[in-house]
Design a protein around this ligand. Structure first.
Ligand code: SF4
Length: 174
């Protein structure tokens, strides 16, 4: 087992005391830099930094960044949610480390959905039924994994299937 434990610090953004979400900084008990390219290969990082190695994932509106000696997660509801994500990451990290001989490490970010390709698959009526001001805004959120085909009520079943198929070509964890 590579990652055995961590110490968690939970904070609320000082610049936005009214914010409903918290940040988590987990200081790791072990150095995990060597596993990061393997973790990136398995989970498909949103951004990847070569030196010092770090990988960032976006999931359900959260940004999760994994570094050699710490993990940072933002936009959390509470400490329990932070712990769940850390335990999931621990499993992924330790699995990737155990199976590293079978994994080709990746030193770049995964391909991302293209906003304009998503717009083309939307009705383009800017009807706001999805709660967004325009189809373009919806497409930007979908490109980052924050929205899926099921969130645009104006799509026909066929168009919804097409958009879902396009988005499923990209990897969103969590
Ligand atoms: S519901 Fe669909 S068509 Fe209407 S604005 Fe949102 S994305 Fe565009």
């Amino acid at each position: 087992m590579l990652l055995k434990g961590w110490t968690k610090e939970i904070t609320r953004a000082a610049c936005r005391p009214e914010a409903q979400t918290v940040h988590c900084l987990a200081r790791l008990e072990q150095h995990i830099g060597e596993v990061i390219p393997y973790l990136n290969a398995v989970l498909g990082g949103y951004t990847y930094v070569l030196e010092p190695p770090s990988v960032t994932f976006r999931s359900q509106g959260k940004l999760i960044s994994v570094h050699d000696d710490h993990i940072a997660i933002n936009a959390l509801q509470d400490a329990d949610e932070a712990e769940k994500i850390l335990l999931w990451l621990q499993r992924e990290i330790n699995d990737a480390w155990e199976k590293r001989a079978e994994i080709t490490p990746s030193f770049q970010a995964a391909p991302r959905p293209q906003v304009m390709a998503i717009v083309k698959l939307l009705p383009k009526t800017n009807c706001k039924q999805c709660g967004q001001p325009s189809c373009l805004v919806f497409a930007s959120l979908a490109a980052e994994g924050g929205k899926g085909a099921e969130h645009c009520p104006a799509l026909s079943p066929e168009a919804r299937e097409q958009l879902a198929a396009y988005l499923s070509r990209f990897h969103f964890d969590g």
